[in-house]
Structure formats: C-alpha cells, structure tokens
Design a protein around this ligand. Sequence first.
Ligand code: HAM
Length: 428
Amino acid sequence: MSFQIPRGTQDILPGTSELWQYIEEKARDICRRYNYHELRTPIFEKTELFQRGVGDSTDIVQKEMYTFEDRGGRSLTLRPEGTASAVRAFVNNKMFGLAEQPVKLYYIGPMFRYERPQSGRMRQFVQFGVEAMGSNDPSIDAEVIALAIDFYKELGLKNLKLYLNSLGDTESREAHRNALIAHFEPRIGEFCSDCQNRLENNPLRILDCKKDRDHELMASAPSILDYLNEESANYFTNVKKALDYMKIDYVIDERLVRGLDYYNHTAFEIMSEAEGFGAITTLSGGGRYNGLVEEVGGPTTPGIGFAMSIERLLLALEAEGVELPIEKTIDCYVVTMGEEAQTISNGLLHELRSAGLSAERDYLDRKMKSQFKAANRSNAKYVAILGEDELQKDEINIKEMETGDQQAVRFSEITSYLTKKLKEETGE
Ligand code: HAM
C-alpha cells in the first residue's frame, strides 16, 4: 500500500528547502531593520476566534476552515490566517500594556484553507506576515506596505504593482453599505445564492464574488471612495502622502475589498505582473483593522498588517527568472583509502565540523575514484586525501578543487589550514 500526499499540500525537498530558508532569513532580516519582532502562536485555535475575527460571512469561515472536535468536545480550527491569532495573543498577553507602542510583530508559519488547489493556491501554505497594533498613524500603514514592497524588491522581483483602497471608518462604511443595498436590491434575484445572502449580511462581499463579477451592476456599483467621511478621506490622503515620500508607486483600486471582514480604512494588495505567473496574481494582501482587538476581547486598539505566502513568492521569482544566491557547497570532503584511514577520518570530520566547517566523507566503502566523484557532486571546495601512507608520513594532501592545486599538510594542522584558506577566499 502506498500513501499519497494530501491534496493541496507539498513536500519541500532538499534542493528547494534551501530557497525557503534563504527567503525566511531575508524576512527575518527585513523585520529586524523595521523593528518587528517574531510572534509564534499555536497552529490551531478555538473555532470561534476565526468566526468572530475573520468574519462569519467570509468564504474562509463558511467554506474553507479545517475544523475538528478534540477529545474534550471543543471545536478547534487549523488557523486559516495569522491576524486573528496575533490579535488574540496581543490581548491574552496584555501587550496593549507594554511601554513600547505600537507593538510590531511578525510571523512565518503554515496556514490551512480548504480551497480548490491550483498553482499558487494550496491547502497548506506558509505565510510571512506582520502586524502593528496600537497606532493610528497613517505612517505606520505606509511602513507596513513599504516593508512588503522592499522585501520583494530585495529578493529581486521587479514586476510588482501595489493596489490601494480605503474602506473608510464605521460611519463611511455604513453609508456605503446602504448605497450598495439600494443598488443591488432591485435586481438581487439575478445574482447567485451566496450574493443574495450577502445583500443583508455583508453587501461589500458581493463586489468580491467570482461568479457574478461580470454582471452589469458590478461595474456601476457605488464606490466606497465617494462615501468616505472627512476623517476617513484625510486618513487616506495621509497614507498616500507617506507612500509618495517613500517613492512607492501605487494604483488606487476602489473595487479592492479584500476577503476578510476585519478591515477598515487602508486596504492593499501587491500583484505580480510577471508574464507567465498564472491566473492568481495576488502576492500579498493586508490592511487596517481598527475594530479587531476589541472584537477579540481587548481594549479599543488600532492595527494594521499584511501577509504573503512563500509559495506565491517562489512562483513569482520563477516567473521573473530570479535565481536566489544559494550556496550548494561543502568546505571539505575527506577521501579515505583503507580501513584505518576510514576510522581515523571520523576524528578529522568531527574536528572540522566542531570548528565550523562543513565536511563530509564516504560511508559506502567506495573506491577512491567514486569518492572523488561524490566530492564533485557535493561541490566540495577542498578534498583531504587520507591514505595509510599519508598517515604514516603525517603528510596529508589537500586538494583545492577549483584550481587543482595540492598541498601537503600535517594531520594535526588540517583544520587550521582549511580555516585559514576559507577565510582568505571570503576575504574575511
Ligand atoms: P489573505 O489575503 O487571505 O490575507 O492572504 C494573504 C496572502 O496569503 C495572499 O495574498 C497569498 O499570498 C497568501 N495565500 C492566501 N491563501 C493562499 C492559498 N490558499 N495558497 C497559497 N497562498 C495563499 C490574510 O491572510 C490576512 N491575515 C492578511 C493581513 C494581515 N491583514 C492584516 N494583517
């Protein structure tokens, strides 16, 4: 009997996992520079957190959650996104009381959504996201957006487009909501059953409907930007101004509503415009969620964040032909001849590795020629040749693979010799 991997999931094998590590390191580095700190939360949470946080009327909650009952009869859900958990952790740990505000957090971890799998859409995917809670300054909106854009650019992506919208505050949204109901109600019978439910529950969601997107009423639907009250309009202007000062280009998209319910004011998505990227072009999305902390039981606290999946980022890198600088080498391959040399090489390998070098040897009792082939395959920079003669003479040949140069070195000096040579190479 053979087992297949579950649909919408993937194994990340050596050769590819190095790309993931590189990207994750870059994510941690940019967060360090922007002063965001890592938060790690559980993979599952109480189902209610997402129902309240993400919103009952969203596709995520209605159709896509991995929900199960544990042995104690509690309803738990594999997290479909990171914001609700970050906000829960913020509230549970009373981070609103910290001296340093806003609290700037980031996370990298797997999320789960029961979606129809296709390129760029997985059932388990890894999000890198940031959340800043505790400030209502439009500059922090721009900072969060800049972090996302900088991250992509530093990795080498060029064909990006930032789409920006404002969903306004509660008052503006209410006015827009009424306008949407008035617009769609007379002809709601022509829409899908989901949209018919959305009319009362959350008419904004109608604009996001994939089935009805070509209906003529969609194009003529009232724009949120015409319903922003003065405060919301000013806020939006200030976000745009901050982005202008950062020289970050954006396109205003009044149709951008996002698929989660917690947003107000700023909403944004970053798309890939690379040719051949495929049908799903959204690389990341985010926005402001000023009501969410309160919704999850904390004091009124503004927040903003974004998330991106590493899967889609890798697709964009591939579409743009960006090669990440992954080093696939080892410092020293120890070639052995004879049983005694094999045994002694264990000590040498241990010493090299303890000194911080990467080192490998043969474990299949292969002939010298095959060992050299293996050293080549692993891109060894140096090969140390350990034969019985060499050991007796205490003169071990070290071959630099790139130049073919050989040097006789005393056994006890191999580690210091290689350490020095490798340092010279990197110019340290
Ligand atoms: P989201 O738009 O649902 O927002 O997801 C953010 C990003 O996660 C997407 O742009 C995409 O890169 C990735 N993503 C989502 N679903 C999948 C999937 N099935 N397969 C692969 N990648 C996927 C959020 O999750 C919000 N929590 C973002 C946020 C943070 N807003 C404020 N703070």
